[in-house]
Design a protein. Structure first.
Length: 302
């Protein structure tokens, strides 16, 4: 009996100005267990919320299963019947890349099931196209902080992350559909806003590498998506103000939201966590580290 298990980390995309191209892997993860079976079965469990588990399809619409079969079909092969078990530690619909974990988990499992016919860049391109953008998929697969460009090919660039930069993550008790967050964005933006984001993303790359707090405070500013999505997160202004007052270098919307991520010097992380907790009592607070390796695949075969 063949069995493939995949652990895929959560991700926080954009980090302010890096819209749809920048993301970082966090040290909480979803797990996907594909076990050879007589027919397709799927069970979903959540360590975060039973409601999250109930929202995930357990039939052939399940995203991890669709990704798994997508790679087989891409290679012209017939997918096997499997019993799929999904164990969720990543909150659903909170801007933490839960869909990317399913896509990476399914495609990575299928590739290993077949004996790894595709290289990591090859299957990662397939995963990015399935997701539609690479900002969550690439760090979920490779770990760390990743800058990615998706076109005819996929270009990825691992970015240095200075060890003094800590994260404080606030996850609210409500979800926000990515489709709703994307619908809030304008079709076009002023040329000055495009220049603003290009400059700030360039500065952010250097600020992350050096840990320069003055650079980070400026570099995390954004004009492409956060001003338009802030209204979808009722506590955004209060949380941002509380975190900055407590010493955070900057506060960003995680992915499409509604989770909020503060970047702060390690020495101020606990003070920032407490400040956000006071401003947003209903949110769940984390101090995640970076996941350095991305998805991990284990194979068992009798």
């Amino acid at each position: 009996m063949k069995r493939v298990r995949v652990r895929v980390p959560a991700t926080s995309a954009n980090l302010g100005p890096g819209f749809d191209c920048l993301g970082v892997a966090l040290d909480l993860a979803n797990e996907f267990d594909f076990c050879e079976a007589d027919r397709f079965e799927c069970a979903v469990y959540s360590a975060v919320s039973p409601e999250d588990a109930r929202q995930v399809a357990t039939d052939e619409r399940n995203l991890a299963w669709r990704a798994f079969t997508h790679l087989f079909e891409y290679l012209g092969k017939t997918p096997p019947a499997v019993a799929l078990t999904v164990t969720m530690h990543v909150p659903l619909g909170r801007g933490l890349g839960s869909s990317a974990t399913a896509i990476v988990g399914g495609i990575a499992a299928a590739n290993r099931w077949l004996g790894s016919p595709l290289s990591t860049p090859e299957w990662l391109l397939l995963a990015s196209r399935l997701e539609g953008h690479p900002d969550n998929v690439v760090p979920a697969a490779l770990g760390g902080c990743q800058l990615s460009i998706l076109g005819e090919t996929l270009l990825t660039c691992a970015l240095d992350w200075h060890p003094q930069i800590a994260l404080v993550l606030a996850v609210p008790d409500f979800a926000l559909a990515t489709s709703k967050a994307r619908a809030a964005l304008p079709k076009t933006i002023p040329h000055t806003d495009a220049v603003f984001n290009a400059a700030h993303l360039a500065l952010l790359v250097r600020a992350l590498a050096t840990g320069d707090g003055h650079w980070l405070a400026e570099a995390l500013q954004d004009r492409l998506h956060q001003p338009y999505r802030a209204g979808l997160i009722p506590s955004w202004e209060e949380v941002r103000a509380a975190a900055l007052e407590a010493g955070a270098w900057g506060v960003v919307i995680s992915g499409a939201g509604p989770s909020v991520l503060a970047l702060v010097h390690h020495d101020r992380a606990e003070a920032v966590r407490q400040a956000i907790a006071s401003a947003w009592a209903s949110a769940r607070l984390y101090r995640p580290g970076l996941d350095p390796t991305g998805c991990r695949v284990e194979v068992e075969a009798d």
